[in-house]
Design a protein around this ligand. Sequence first.
Ligand code: SF4
Ligand code: SF4
Length: 425
Amino acid sequence: MRDNKQAWSKLGIDIATHDVILDVVGAAFGEVYLSQKDRPAKMDYFNAFVAELHGKRIHELMEGQREGRKVVGTFCVFVPEELVIAANAFQVGLCAGAEVGYEAAEQYVPRNTCALIKSAFGFNRAKVCPYIEVSDMIVGENTCDGKKKAYESYAGLVRNLYVMDLPQMKSESGKALLKTEYRRFAAELEKLTGVKITAENLSKGIRIVNAKRKALARLASLRYADPAPISGLDVLLINQISFLDDPERFTAAVNDLCDELEQRIREKKGVMPAGTPRVLISGCPMAVPNWKLPNIIEKSGVVIVGEETCTGERGTRNCVETSASDVDGMIDAIVDRYFRIDCAIFTPNPDRLQHIKEMVKNYRADGVVHYSLRCCQPYTTEAISYEKALEKESIPVLLVETDYSAEDAGQLSTRIEAFKERIAK
Ligand code: SF4
Ligand code: SF4
């Protein structure tokens, strides 16, 4: 019999505050997720994962640690899980999606810092995230200025913060930097785990992560259908869980769900009727339990059919090429794949706009809701020119800048309702 409280105490979790947070998240999950109509039955796996968000998976990680394995916590889709798996470690995502511990966080980062960064400090300070506490290494990355500077302070708060440098331009020297950094990371993982990264274990890592991406791509392609066989809220949840779950078990669960969705498509069974206005969400990542905007959109009778975000297609697009037979060739293939990620930290970043246009076409979206977190310079800046470029091609765009608070929920609902009128067929 698992004893969650004992495990959390061992990790130094503040049990009383944590209990309150679990209650709030549980209630929000019921309200946002379980209230949806006509959900696929195979979402049960993912519901159960949320019910055990800080339970079963944490026990698995701790059990792995008892057997000598390590846990690597990450904040960005630039950290190659292939290398982490090759080193026989677990990779878990640490981004947080709730306003917790903000007052304490503001002792380290300015008030006008994006919610993703601030909540990383808040969850750390409040001692409420077992994934942070169980991590043997936490990987920061030099992406936006907010994160770069924040990691300087974060280094003093967590054990084993490792900072990965990342290019800012898609140039040859940028690619060379990424390769140098991935090699340095591989060496650091070997030091942490005592496991040598070989062609054999790296090819296994590549195979496992490619299979996960393929399953998510399969799920994405099923959303081309009208009526949409699954809600955007559910796919967001699946993507959020992809950062925490065992990758092979997760892949099997996604493929199982896809089998059911294919059947639903054959039966023309959807989560909303055929002809419901369809939107693509584009912009910043949404970490658990940040379900605010998708919930407002779908409760207003608009279905989300795709996510151009790091908790969507930006994070999972493209597999690693598998023809290399030695470690160096495999790292090259990994670099090739990750260097194509079109994060707004790159300048210039034309691929992202192109991907949005392609996604609008493939998913038959009637419009784009561009989502930026307040104070996020990279995505808020791109939003301005993207709106003009998309509108010029008659793709309606709604620019949303928000955070994790519920204060603007009413105003957002009104704006979504107006956008719905605009895109309705
Ligand atoms: S938006 Fe950029 S910095 Fe953030 S997770 Fe994605 S790739 Fe990393
Ligand atoms: S949302 Fe924007 S500001 Fe925040 S971490 Fe991501 S890129 Fe940086």
